[in-house]
Design a protein around this ligand. Structure first.
Ligand code: PMP
Length: 398
């Protein structure tokens, strides 16, 4: 309905909002007959339901009064200390007062938009980048400056003084990027933090998938490297992919002046993250549960990824190329230049297969329409093989 015919007036900000392509697609994919490679959902097989259940029970039994009370905006102190210690393993030397607990890293993206972006502010994003971040930042009306990527991910040399001029921050996903699945090499990480230090551009490092590495060598985070190089790094983490996204629990690590401002913003947003959830998750992780749990999740994701790569090797023509992720949940596909991902999707849905076309992931002026993202973690081996065979056939017919 045209908002002008309504008996109320939305803000201009709200009037500019459009539904995300992914949400529209997900509506279709709810039909049970659809083989969906579209969603970004973690596998529920990796949710430790029993362990989380017991943790909530223990917290309510032993500390019910405080677990149900309002808490500090910064977060539950023992959980902040746990996050600080966990990230310090990487050599970053994080202190608890540099940690702010949030309701999922998506909230962190919204808060950082509020903190840094004025209408027209330059913001550097990888091309392509995480759609949810673009959605969050867009509410504050930035001017996106796309940083080119290649098969090794973000190209640090592309971060020229001209491109970075006046940028409020660069938003980067160094591990198994959403949407490409690509990982930055140590050399590129080092070059990126050095450039950002020299150009005085803060880095927002979003790393929801770092713990889900099932191949290759773990690389140090931008937080530790950046601190050594004199760059400002704001690191986002989440329990969504290592425990469960329904918990809505994540964290921001940043220099204290940034944390202080973010605390004011969070206060205005929701006062604080759910006390009960913070205490229960601390109860789950405090004695090293993740060390036994994560290998199972990694094995599961590795197996799923293998099924999809194997099926793609078998069914996709030579004119198509794709990434081979070392972790995370996504494979990125480059189609021949004449095939548009959205048009392919329309035909795929007729055959009951769904994926996300690549163009919406590009914030800059030149979206590459001949791309698409495949998510492999929630579909059975049989359905992966069936769905990929159908896609391969459709691509060949194009
Ligand atoms: N950043 C990236 C790159 C993501 O893929 C996601 C989840 N899809 C998020 C942030 C948001 O995660 P959370 O559940 O912590 O809000």
């Amino acid at each position: 309905m045209d908002s002008y015919s309504l008996p109320y007036t939305f803000s201009q900000r709200a009037q500019k909002l459009t539904s995300s392509t992914i949400r529209e697609i997900l509506k279709v994919t709810e039909r049970p007959e659809i083989i969906s490679f579209a969603g970004g959902l973690p596998s529920p097989k990796g949710f430790p339901v029993e362990v989380i259940n017991k943790a909530f029970d223990r917290v309510l039994q032993n500390s019910g009064m405080s677990a149900l009370q309002y808490g500090p905006t910064e977060g539950y102190a023992p959980l902040r200390a746990w996050v600080a210690e966990d990230l310090s393993k990487d050599g970053a030397n994080v202190t608890p007062d540099e940690v702010l607990i949030v309701s999922g890293s998506q909230q962190a993206l919204d808060m950082l938009g509020k903190l840094f972006i004025d209408p027209g502010s330059n913001v550097l994003v990888e091309a392509p980048s995480y759609l949810g971040a673009l959605q969050s930042f867009s509410l504050f009306e930035p001017n996106y400056v796309a940083v080119p990527t290649d098969e090794g991910g973000l190209i640090p040399e592309a971060l020229t003084a001209e491109r970075a001029a006046g940028a409020r921050f660069i938003y980067a996903l160094p591990n198994f990027q959403n949407p490409t699945g690509l990982t930055l090499s140590l050399e590129r990480r080092q070059a990126l933090v050095e450039r950002c230090a020299a150009l005085q551009v803060p880095i927002i490092e979003d790393d929801p998938y770092g713990e889900l590495r099932y191949a290759g060598q773990a690389q140090p985070g931008l937080l530790g490297l950046g601190r050594k190089a004199g760059a400002t790094v704001i690191r986002l983490g989440t329990f969504s992919k290592v425990l469960a996204p329904g918990l809505r629990l994540g964290y921001i690590v940043a220099p204290k002046p940034i944390v202080s401002k973010l605390v004011q913003i969070k206060q205005a947003t929701d006062l604080h993250t759910a006390t009960l959830t913070q205490m229960a998750v601390y109860e789950v992780v405090k004695d090293g549960f993740l060390a036994t749990h994560l290998p199972k999740v990694r094995d599961l994701y590795k197996e799923q990824c293998g099924y999809m790569l194997d099926a793609m090797d078998q069914h996709f023509p030579d004119t198509v190329s794709w990434t081979r992720p070392e972790g995370g949940m996504f494979i990125w596909v480059n189609l021949p230049a004449h095939i548009d991902g959205s048009q392919l999707l329309a035909r795929a849905i007729e055959r009951n297969v769904a994926f996300v076309p690549g163009a919406p992931f590009y914030a800059g002026p030149n979206p590459q329409a001949n791309t698409l993202r495949l998510s492999f973690v929630t579909v059975s081996e049989e359905k992966i093989r069936e769905g990929i065979a159908i896609l391969g056939k459709l691509i060949k017919e194009s």
